[in-house]
Ligand binder design. Sequence first.
Ligand code: NAP
Length: 247
Amino acid sequence: MKFSGKNVLVTGASRGIGAEIARVLAGYGLKVWINYKSSAEAADRLKDEIESNGGEAAVIGFDVSDEKAFVEAIKTIIDCDGELSYLVNNAGITKDKLAIRMSVADFEEVIRANLTSAFIGCKEALKVMSKKRFGSVVNISSIVAESGNAGQVNYSASKGAMLSMTKSFALEGAARGIRFNAITPGFIATDMTDKLKDEIKEEYISKIPLKRFGEPKEVAEAVAFLLSDHSSYITGETIKVNGGMYM
Ligand code: NAP
């Protein structure tokens, strides 16, 4: 995979899909900034693992929903590397409940963690990437942005808005040479889906044409493609990585 840029910030990279995105991108030769919120030890272990495989990585802990902290983190990266070439807005949470039991606080907490955080990241990336007139951003949305899901009114709203926000950023970034794309993963085997009861997992698997949950690496490779030079004429697009569950 060919990359003209040299570094990437992956939010929520201490575990799950984000950690695998960090591994894959480091394997393609990018310096990876590993963000986490609370799992500092896991982030440090990932850095060591990447370095022991010959890659380059740095750890940068901050809460993506904290604008000041996000802006400060990007400043740290620029001070250190002179640029930010790529950003993956991956950090995300769920707080599932049926809508009639969901408080406004439950709704807003998920919107802030998943959507407002990505807005902050896209906005700051657009500013700093504009100086080099180069960059690519990938937002990790979800299949439920497209299909909806009972019990996830807050989460699906955050991920759905992320898709339309990605298109608007793509329009604003295009003249500056900066691309914005999104991925909508289906059910991927991570801590997030491990919380589901076995019977719910079985029910979802029965609805997936490929008859299994996806692996984080299968999402990570699609992210790498969208960041890389190989997708240089693709912007404002969404790639589904869902085993055919929603076409
Ligand atoms: P996960 O295993 O629960 O990991 C979540 C990651 O996000 C962790 O690294 C966590 O950091 C980080 N994070 C959460 N809130 C944060 C915050 N405020 N600031 C910084 N980091 C924060 O989740 P996952 O399954 O890998 O999901 C990754 C992304 O893919 C999410 O956006 C999720 O919505 C999306 N997605 C997942 C699936 C799936 O089936 N797994 C499907 C569709 C979309 P700490 O470890 O420090 O808490």
